[in-house]
Design a protein around this ligand. Structure first.
Ligand code: NIG
Ligand code: FE
Length: 422
């Protein structure tokens, strides 16, 4: 009896009907670059069916086969969930004191001298037990899921010693096991030089390559390796060597590049075959052309530029040059204390002049590719996970980024189940 009941649920088709616009409908997915970013295929007045937690079929309401389990979208839009490919979701404490110090005019260097910045987050994380970190991160993840995030990448990088980096990555692994949405782990031991190694870079690089990487590989704790390639942090050559060491353990590079300076991060990322180079606030004609000619994705983090009052990433030039672009939140306590991808998409349109279609593609399909999930997430494609956003009825697609600050999400679906509203 119980068995038949379960089978009934597993094979039952679900329908969402009266969808005003079904957004990012694609038979096949492909990484979008240049002009293709502006092409966002939409099906108007549509239905969508879901089977076994996956997208099954779709069509026009004129010939809708829906029976059984039907959800009426009442004219709202359905989009693939946001794919947030760059976050630092696991951290021990917020840093709003630095936020106020910056308002009062203190510089980054002055804040660091007062004990702030990444090293402050590292001290707090080192002192916080694994179970507490997990609980805090789980709560943040729940909030982001309600905001429409349907897949997420999370970095270590606030441990900065073997014990604390491994602790962080174990927290991410536990999150991934608990989470109904895909969680991808990135090892960012090379986020900053810890105080004891400020004058001994080789010593810390040895800790990364000889003490941390073997454990990470043995325990399967990360898919990606990241380095903060920046003046005062890791040089281009150090970045290259750390990435090569990571690659020898099977990790794929993703780099924090060109945030504050022309750091060589973009060139190094391309040379080591990075999946993505992220930030890109500081670019010139040569780095833009090199990125456009490469297979590496440029991941833009507009909320970090906004929060730090920095010039925004040159999204227009990057897209026009033919780059493959993703958008991500960079959620972290220091430079982007928000993981709200709706805000990221709005800000990309408002401050970086991305078209709504470009921004939505960059935050869904290209975001999925930027964490190796292009075949599983990011578009309305049969066989992909039914991780979806249902909006309130809105007049047009452009209304989504236009009405920044409004919560336009009515329901969120994860693996074919509607999340309970909180
Ligand atoms: O991606 N740029 C380096 N790392 C983070 C900020 C880290 C922090 O301030 O805690 C970022 O913006
Ligand atoms: Fe970051």
């Amino acid at each position: 009896m119980v068995k038949y009941y379960l089978l009934y649920f597993v094979y039952m088709e679900q329908y969402i009907i009266n969808i005003g616009q079904l957004v990012n409908v694609r038979e096949q997915s492909v990484l979008l670059r240049g002009k293709a970013l502006a092409d966002l295929p939409v099906l108007s007045n549509a239905w969508l069916s879901i089977r076994d937690g996956k997208i099954a079929a779709m069509g026009s309401m004129q010939d809708c086969p829906a029976t059984g389990d039907i959800h009426d979208a009442a004219g709202g839009m359905v989009l693939p969930s946001w794919c947030d490919s760059h976050t630092h979701l696991v951290f021990a404490a917020s840093r709003e004191n630095e936020f106020v110090d910056k308002i009062r005019g203190l510089t980054y260097a002055e804040i660091a001298a007062k004990g702030g910045g990444i090293l402050h987050s590292a001290r707090r994380l080192q002192d916080t037990p694994e179970a507490i970190l997990l609980e805090q991160a789980w709560e943040r993840l729940q909030e982001l899921m309600q905001l429409g995030t349907g897949a997420i990448e999370i970095k270590s990088g606030y441990g900065l010693n073997p014990e604390a980096e491994i602790k962080m990555l174990r927290v991410i692994k536990q999150l991934a096991a608990l989470s109904p949405i895909p969680v991808k782990a990135t090892f960012l031991g090379a986020h900053a030089y810890p105080p004891a190694f400020q004058q001994d870079h080789e010593g810390y690089i040895r800790q990364i390559t000889e003490e941390m990487l073997p454990v990470i590989a043995a325990e399967g704790l990360a898919t990606y390796i990241d380095v903060f390639c920046e003046k005062g942090f890791f040089s281009a050559d150090e970045t290259r060597r750390i990435c090569e060491a990571g690659k020898s353990y099977g990790l794929i590079p993703k780099i924090h590049a060109n945030q504050l300076h022309l750091s060589g991060g973009v060139e190094t990322g391309i040379a080591v075959g990075a999946l993505s180079v992220d930030h890109l606030e500081t670019m010139d004609a040569s780095t833009i052309a090199q990125l456009a000619a490469s297979n590496t994705i440029g991941t833009l983090l507009p909320t970090a530029a906004y929060f730090l009052r920095m010039p925004f990433q040159p999204a227009r030039q990057l897209a026009d040059a033919g780059c493959a672009l993703a958008l991500a939140s960079d959620f972290n306590p220091g430079s982007s204390p928000s993981g709200n991808m709706n805000t990221v998409v709005s800000m990309a349109c408002i401050a970086m002049r991305m078209l709504p279609e470009e921004a939505i593609n960059a935050a869904t399909l290209n975001g999925a590719y930027a964490m190796g999930l292009g075949e599983e997430m990011g578009s309305i494609t049969p066989g992909k996970r039914a991780n979806l956003i249902l909006t309130r009825p809105v007049p047009s697609l452009a209304y989504l980024p236009y009405a920044f600050g409004s919560n336009l999400i009515r329901r969120v679906m994860v693996n074919g189940s509607w999340l309970a509203p909180v």
